[in-house]
Design a protein around this ligand. Structure first.
Ligand code: SF4
Length: 278
C-alpha cells in the first residue's frame, strides 16, 4: 500500500513546548496538575498522568503544589488566584497566544473596543477575551460582523488558529464599522500550514486517515477539509483502522492534528503501509 504523509502534520511548536514544560514539572514529592488537560488528546493526557501529572478544572481544586497553565492560556484573574493560594506556577501558554492576549489588552487600555475574531467557546478565545476587558466582543461569522454597531475606535485581534481567509472576509466588513481601526493579525501559521498540506494531500490520494483526539477542534477541521476531496476516516489510535476501509484503495494519505503525539502517527503509518499483509 502506498502511504503518503502530509507535508505538515502533528505537534505544533506551542504544543511541543507545553508538553516539555509539563514533563519537566513532574515531581513525585509534590502534587503537580495542569489546569484543564494539557492538550486535546486523551492518550497524551494518560501518558502524563502515568508520570504523576494530574488535571484539575479550577485553581480552587488545589491547596498546594505546582499548577501548569496549558498552551491556550488563561485570564489575569487566574494568575491572581494562583498567587493568592501560594501555588508554584509553570506557564505553558504558547507565546503566540500570549501575544494575542497582550495585543487585546493593549488595545483595550488605549480605548479601543476590542473584537476577537474566533470561536466563542474555544479556551484560547476565552482567555484572550479576559485580557481584552469587559466590552470585548467575539465574532465568528460575516453575519455577526455585519450586525455590530458603528463605534468610534475598533481594535481587532484573531484567535491564533482562525482561518486566514475567514479573518480577511470578516475584517473587510468591520472596516465599515469605525473611523479608527487597528488590526493586529495574531494568526499563527502552524494551523494554516497543516490545513494547506491536508488539502494538497487529499487531492493526491484515494483516502485520508486523520489522526487525533475527537475533542480536538483542529483535528476535526482537518477531517472536514479533506472530506471535500476524498474519503476520510478520523481515528484516535491505530486500533480503530478497519479492514473494509481499504477495499479498492491504492493510495492512502495520513495527517494529524497539532495535538497528536508522534508515536500514534508512527503506529498508524506502519500499519497502513503493511496493510495487504493483514
Ligand atoms: S497552533 Fe500556533 S498558537 Fe496554537 S499552540 Fe500551536 S504554535 Fe501556539
Amino acid at each position: 500500500m502506498e502511504v503518503i504523509l502530509a507535508d505538515d502534520y502533528g505537534f505544533c511548536y506551542g504544543v511541543k513546548r507545553a508538553i516539555k514544560i509539563a514533563k519537566d514539572s513532574a515531581d513525585l514529592s509534590k502534587k503537580v496538575c495542569s489546569l484543564g488537560p494539557i492538550i486535546h488528546n486523551p492518550q497524551m493526557v494518560k501518558s502524563l498522568a502515568d508520570k504523576g501529572i494530574g488535571v484539575v478544572e479550577e485553581v480552587e481544586d488545589m491547596n498546594c503544589g505546582k499548577i501548569i497553565i496549558r498552551s491556550h492560556g488563561v485570564g489575569p484573574s487566574v494568575y491572581e488566584k494562583i498567587q493568592a493560594r501560594g501555588l508554584e506556577l509553570a506557564d505553558a501558554t504558547c507565546p503566540h497566544v500570549k501575544k494575542a492576549q497582550m495585543s487585546a489588552k493593549k488595545l483595550a487600555d488605549e480605548g479601543y473596543k476590542v473584537i476577537i475574531i474566533g470561536e466563542k467557546e474555544h479556551p484560547e478565545v476565552i482567555s484572550i477575551k479576559k485580557w481584552a476587558g469587559e466590552n470585548a466582543l467575539v465574532l465568528c461569522t460575516e453575519e455577526e460582523a455585519s450586525n455590530i454597531s458603528f463605534v468610534p475606535r475598533l481594535g481587532i485581534v484573531a484567535q491564533t488558529t482562525f482561518s486566514a481567509d475567514k479573518f480577511n472576509k470578516i475584517v473587510s466588513i468591520l472596516l465599515n464599522k469605525s473611523y479608527d481601526i487597528r488590526i493586529l493579525r495574531t494568526i499563527c501559521t502552524a494551523t494554516n500550514k497543516r490545513q494547506s498540506a491536508a488539502i494538497k494531500l487529499a487531492k493526491e490520494v484515494d483516502m485520508v486517515i486523520v489522526i487525533g483526539g475527537r475533542n480536538s477542534a483542529n483535528t476535526t477541521r482537518l477531517a472536514q477539509i479533506c472530506a471535500e476531496h476524498c474519503v476520510v476516516h478520523h481515528i484516535e489510535t491505530v486500533d480503530e483502522l478497519q479492514d473494509d476501509w481499504f477495499n479498492n484503495i491504492k493510495k492512502i494519505g495520513i495527517t494529524a492534528g497539532a495535538s497528536t503525539p508522534d508515536w500514534i502517527i508512527k503506529e498508524v503509518y506502519e500499519k497502513c503501509k503493511t496493510w495487504q499483509a493483514y
